[in-house]
Design a binder for this molecule. Structure first.
Ligand code: ZN
Length: 270
């Protein structure tokens, strides 16, 4: 994963990172990546790990990649504690995120530094977050964008491999089109040089995502839209049919997610 990021960073390219929630969403992502012959990052949050079971989720992801012949990586998304990060490292993740973005800067630095040390034993990539990227249900009014100065200090002090930056995106859907601060992004990139991560990729205009990649974003996260595509399609089918065979009901929802992911893979190709 670290090598992959080095190459992406040198070439100013990005990889798509999508969350999976169950077998169907995992299958959809893998079919999309296979069709495009693209690499992919499969992400799990704490809630998805709780839902699927840690070891089970890891085996699903790894055997899925093998089964569909896709080159991919498993990443912990928004890890909220050192304990969770440690169990993911032990379970075989390729990359982990420690999200201390809501902590005071000093504490974020201290904990992220611990995570970096721990992950080094497994040669695993570490992503951290600096600034405020509104999470689902959090206010999008509050603004705490990442500054180049803080980013430089944070990266130097922690040795983190990749950094999620707040440049105008938020998690979930947007009421108004988000405006990305491209100059800020370029300043951060100039200051830290490492691969940067764009969270809240659902609903950012395609051209803006491409511009962000040209300016140093190497990983684009998409989650909410994927869940949404699955559930909306499923609801529609259940409204329209009396069918109770889940093997007939799920495939159109899986197809909808696959089509969405194919589009997102095109989006991150510059
Ligand atoms: Zn995120």
């Amino acid at each position: 994963m670290k090598k992959k990021f080095e190459t992406l960073n040198e070439n100013r390219q990005a990889i798509l990172a999508t969350n999976f929630y169950n077998f169907e969403t995992l299958k959809a992502i893998l079919l999309a990546a296979k069709e495009r012959n693209d690499d992919i990052i499969l992400q799990l949050t704490q809630s998805s790990i709780n839902y699927l079971g840690l070891e089970n989720a890891v085996s699903m992801a790894k055997s899925g990649l093998k089964y569909y012949g896709v080159n991919g990586y498993l990443h912990l998304d928004h890890g909220g504690s050192i304990e969770l990060v440690e169990s993911c490292l032990k379970a075989g993740f390729d990359s982990v995120m420690f999200d201390g973005s809501e902590l005071p800067l000093e504490q974020n630095i201290e904990l992220t530094r611990k995570v970096v040390k721990m992950a080094a034993l497994y040669d695993v990539n570490v992503e951290a977050e600096l600034g405020y990227i509104a999470k689902l249900g959090q206010s999008k009014e509050k603004v705490a964008y990442t500054s180049a100065e803080d980013a430089k200090r944070f990266v130097d002090a922690t040795g983190v491999n990749t950094l999620a930056v707040a440049i105008g995106t938020a998690h979930g859907f947007y009421k108004e089109e988000p405006k990305l601060e491209f100059n800020r992004l370029s300043e951060i990139k100039e200051a830290v040089k490492i691969p940067l991560v764009l969270h809240g990729g659902s609903g950012v205009p395609v051209e803006d995502v491409k511009e962000a990649i040209r300016r140093g974003i190497c990983k684009v996260n998409v989650a909410t839209e994927l869940k949404n595509a699955f559930m909306l399609t499923l609801k529609q089918i259940l409204n329209d049919t009396e069918e109770i065979d889940l093997r007939k009901v799920f495939p159109p929802a899986t197809d909808a997610v696959k089509a969405l992911v194919v589009g997102k893979l095109e989006m991150v190709t510059v």
